[in-house]
Design a protein around this ligand. Structure first.
Ligand SMILES: Nc1ncnc2c1ncn2[C@@H]1O[C@H](COP(=O)(O)OP(=O)(O)O)[C@@H](O)[C@H]1O
Ligand SMILES: O=C(CO)[C@@H](O)[C@@H](O)COP(=O)(O)O
Length: 559
């Protein structure tokens, strides 16, 4: 049944769904002004598979991170009806649905979109499963992809900051070919989860310009040539032509209408607009009103993604990529990122605290992050005598090396847990400063910085970032920024707003200058940042190969 609400009716609503690392979040949003009427969070029952496949005790190799497609369907099946019920509105008011995904989260499927891991005989093969963005086991393939491209002078390499990441589509695809050629051959399609979920919703394959550009290597209308791919491996020559190629759709476009099957699954009306797939960080630009040139958005959660529009393409060393139309049609969209941010803080706060800290947090009725943040905030800048490197999940920008790991320098017998927590927060802020400086040095101006994501709920973290960056921060005023961004894209796909810019202006939410820097503290952070830069270049740019050697020793010991 087609909905009985027209696109510009004041009661029209959109459903936005953000498929995150551990859960899917669904929001129901008013088309006219972006008011969030309700939200629901649906955890993935299997979370991240990094030690073993379900029902198996065979250990997975180091740096593996897989997921289950059925967990994604669970968000459609349970999360969407929950959010609609919480909004207390009839499904007939929904005029469109938009989705975003972590990326590059990518899976092999048959020609009809069936995930390989769901085929008889493939359930026990790790390479038949979706590889999550933080699957970092394809670093050797990424190094090879970069080296061969540099040797051949491939014109697209500078568009990726000079290095292709182990997180992206080609490295992960080449790993499958090398380690499970049968699964590689059986995969008719190699598709971003961002596009696969849209396939589940509207019953047909589409591919979006955003993931094709940033996570695939699609530039100036073309994939890497067969010659280049054959130079990597003759059996890889057809990777792009056979498994990726498909006409690309612009962001904000209508991918199709909701299929009868998806309507039955979600409770939404058949035929409503389904927006083209998108990436969690890039879609948030619409929610944060950072769709104009020079407005940098940092989406700070498990990891941080930095996205930024510009009128001009530039070569920024170590960025993730620059893609025409990659964030909004008509501009060059830049992306950079840090592979570990909230995860580094969580690793420490969840795993390394003395029992008395956990008890103190309980007594205060807060979590351990809040306790550590409160205690750390009471210190003068630099009083802990520490500087850390934020590479516990590798380095996505500007070094593009996932064999790097974390470092904490300056620890003494007097070092406390709040000292360490503070040093880790600061390290992530220094990582962001390194990225902002890389953009500006390369001639891509950064006029303003807006932040979104789960870490914006921590005022201490925000103050450190404002001080380290010496800039006021604008803060996205939405608990579920990516999901709101997806709803905004759905509004455009449904025709409720003419384009992403207009929809962002009407439906986006941001508190301008919400956090102001304390410039006295900025001066203290400048001194720490100098030390960070020294350690960064020493461990990351060839001063010492200690971290690579340690990674090799670890892998040898585990195998
Ligand atoms: N109060 C807090 N301060 C800092 N980090 C936090 C806090 N609470 C949770 N985290 C971290 O934030 C991350 C989750 O961020 P969130 O934006 O909710 O998720 P995602 O990145 O999956 O979208 C986790 O890595 C967690 O360790
Ligand atoms: O890399 C990207 C986007 O390009 C992210 O999807 C990835 O870092 C995961 O983001 P989250 O930290 O889960 O929000």
């Amino acid at each position: 049944m087609a909905p009985n609400v027209s696109a510009n009716n004041s009661s029209s609503v959109l459903v936005g769904i953000d498929f995150g690392t551990l859960s899917g979040r669904v929001v129901v949003v008013r088309a006219a002004d972006g008011a969030v009427l309700a939200e629901a969070v649906e955890d993935y029952p299997h979370a991240v598979l990094s030690t073993a496949l379900p029902g198996s005790d065979r250990p997975l190799p180091p740096d593996t991170a897989l997921q289950l497609p059925e967990d994604y369907r669970g968000v459609l099946r349970r999360g969407v009806p929950k959010a609609l019920a919480a909004a207390g509105i009839g499904a007939d008011r929904v005029i469109g649905v938009g989705t975003d995904f972590t990326a590059c989260t990518v899976l092999p499927t048959t020609a009809d979109g069936t995930p390989l891991c769901e085929l008889p005989g493939f359930a026990d093969r790790p390479h038949a499963y979706p590889k999550l963005w933080k699957h970092h086991a394809a670093q050797p393939e990424a190094d090879e992809i970069t080296r061969v491209a540099a040797e051949r002078g491939e014109p697209w390499l500078p568009r990726y900051g000079g290095r292709i990441s182990a997180e992206w589509q080609f490295a992960k695809g080449l790993q499958v070919l090398r380690e499970d050629p049968e699964a590689y051959a059986r995969a008719d399609r190699w598709i971003e989860a961002a596009d696969w979920i849209v396939w589940q919703l509207c019953g047909r394959e589409t591919r979006n310009v955003c993931t094709a550009g940033y996570k695939g290597i699609h530039q100036d209308g073309a994939w890497p040539s067969r010659d280049y791919l054959a130079a990597l491996d003759p059996a890889f020559a057809g990777f792009a032509d056979d498994k990726l190629a498909f006409p690309l759709s612009q962001l904000g476009a209508r991918a199709g209408g909701l299929s009868a099957e998806a309507a039955a699954l979600t409770g939404l009306p058949e035929g409503v607009a389904v927006a083209v797939g998108n990436v969690d960080a890039h879609v948030t630009a619409a929610a944060a009103r950072t769709v104009d040139p020079g407005e940098l958005l940092a989406v700070m959660g498990t990891s941080t993604c930095h996205v930024l529009n510009s009128d001009v393409p530039a070569e920024v060393p170590g960025m993730c990529g620059v893609v025409r139309d990659g964030i909004v049609p008509g501009l060059w969209g830049y992306e950079a990122g840090q592979s570990g941010v909230g995860d580094i803080l969580g690793w420490f706060a969840d795993g390394f605290l003395p029992p008395e800290y956990v008890r103190a947090a309980k007594r205060a009725g807060t979590g351990t992050h809040e306790l550590l943040s409160r205690r750390a905030a009471a210190q003068p800048v630099g009083a802990h005598g520490l500087v850390a490197l934020d590479w516990h999940n590798g380095n996505r920008s500007v070094l593009v090396d996932h064999s790097l790991s974390g470092v904490i320098a300056g620890a003494t017998l007097a070092t406390t847990p709040e000292d360490l927590y503070r040093a880790l927060v600061e390290a992530t802020a220094f990582g962001t400063r390194t990225i902002v400086e890389a953009f500006e040095t390369a001639g891509v101006p950064v006029h303003g910085v807006t932040v979104a994501g789960g870490l914006t709920r921590n005022p201490f973290v925000l103050q450190v970032y404002a001080d380290v960056l010496r800039r006021p921060l604008h803060v996205t005023d939405a608990d579920q920024g990516p999901a709101l961004g997806s709803a905004i894209h759905a509004a455009v796909a449904a025709g409720a707003h003419p384009d992403i810019r207009a929809a962002s202006a009407a439906m986006g939410r941001v508190r301008r200058d919400a956090v102001r820097p304390d410039l006295r503290d900025s001066a203290g952070y400048d001194r720490l940042y100098d030390v960070y830069r020294d350690l960064h270049d020493h461990f990351g740019r060839g001063g010492s190969d200690a971290l690579h050697r340690l990674r090799r020793i670890r892998n040898d010991a585990r195998t």
